[in-house]
Write a protein that binds this ligand. Structure first.
Ligand SMILES: Cc1cc2nc3c(=O)[nH]c(=O)nc-3n(C[C@H](O)[C@H](O)[C@H](O)COP(=O)(O)OP(=O)(O)OC[C@H]3O[C@@H](n4cnc5c(N)ncnc54)[C@H](O)[C@@H]3O)c2cc1C
Length: 267
């Protein structure tokens, strides 16, 4: 680990000031991804600004049509929240499928989406549910937030404050996870809004999360797993690693998409 200065602000304004003053500052959330990369000297910063002391950044609020989750809300809190379970139970299932008990107890929704790992689950949750990311500066639609491998639309020093999800009519989650880490080999979030619009997002299969318009259109006509029959995903551009090759991942997208639709219909 390279040397750095540790800060523990008690308010968002204080955190913003620390990041603005620093030439190379980074927020620290659960530390589940950032600390190992710093430990192995794959990442470094001059100032580490710990968000764990800022109470206003954690918590879950539900209105009739909206679910707001604070950036510092732990995965376990989302998985076990009665508000999340009643509004979008597929999102609670997603959070409960992340990693292991230790990771779920420390990791946060804000840290997960800011890290933007290609195999992370929340990016599919945000894109598949049409969420909005609120930062200390602006609101960013999920469609515009994820921009590449470990890349987001965030500017230097910008802090994610919360994520807002519109409550869908139906939503389903299906994940084929790595047996050791439980990161997604391929996972799918699908949702249907009250106006019939369908969103289907895939994580784990490319360098970053993406939607599948052909599947969304077929499901908008008929929200049933069988509506996806005959829609083949090209393996071009898909990830290939020791866990799965491109052809296997393209097959898995079809299988996980159908499972997600069945999951949505069963909830
Ligand atoms: C063994 C293991 C298994 C895992 N399995 C899974 C899995 O199955 N599925 C899955 O999705 N994830 C998995 N993860 C990742 C886990 O979900 C982490 O929680 C997540 O990657 C990072 O969240 P964090 O809160 O720990 O963020 P940190 O590691 O603290 O930060 C990550 C990055 O986000 C930035 N950041 C954090 N919060 C903010 C904010 N509010 N505003 C702006 N920038 C911010 C940091 O500066 C850093 O660059 C796993 C991790 C481990 C170690």
């Amino acid at each position: 680990m390279y040397p750095f200065t540790y800060h523990r602000p008690a308010s968002l304004d204080d955190a913003k000031a620390r990041l603005t003053e620093s030439e190379d500052g980074r927020p620290l959330a659960g530390g589940m991804s950032l600390l190992p990369t710093m430990r192995f000297r794959l990442a470094s910063c001059a100032d580490l600004v710990d968000l764990n002391g800022i109470e206003s950044l954690a918590g879950i609020e539900r209105s009739d049509s909206n679910l707001r989750i604070g950036a510092m809300t732990r995965h376990v809190a989302v998985a076990e929240s009665p508000e999340v379970r009643s509004a979008i139970s597929a999102l609670a299932a997603l959070a409960g499928s992340i990693g292991d008990v230790q990771v779920r107890n420390r990791g946060t929704i804000g840290g997960s989406i800011c890290f933007a790992d290609p195999a992370a689950d929340y990016p599919a949750g945000l894109l598949g549910l049409g969420a909005t990311v609120n930062t200390d500066r602006r609101a960013i639609a999920a469609d515009d937030f994820f921009t590449g491998l470990y890349e987001t639309a965030l500017e230097d020093g910008e802090i994610v404050v919360s994520v807002e999800f519109p409550v869908p009519e139906r939503a389903g989650w299906a994940k084929f996870g790595n047996q050791a880490s439980r990161f997604a080999v391929v996972a799918v979030m699908v949702s249907r809004a009250a106006d019939g619009a369908v969103r289907l997002a895939v994580t784990g299969a490319r360098s970053y999360v993406f939607r599948v318009p052909e599947m969304e259109q077929a499901l908008a006509r008929d929200f049933a797993a069988e509506a996806l029959d005959g829609i083949a995903m090209s393996s071009e551009g898909l990830n290939e690693d020791l866990h799965a090759d491109k052809d296997y991942r393209s097959h898995l997208i079809g299988v996980m998409a159908k499972r997600a639709v069945r999951d949505a219909l069963a909830r």
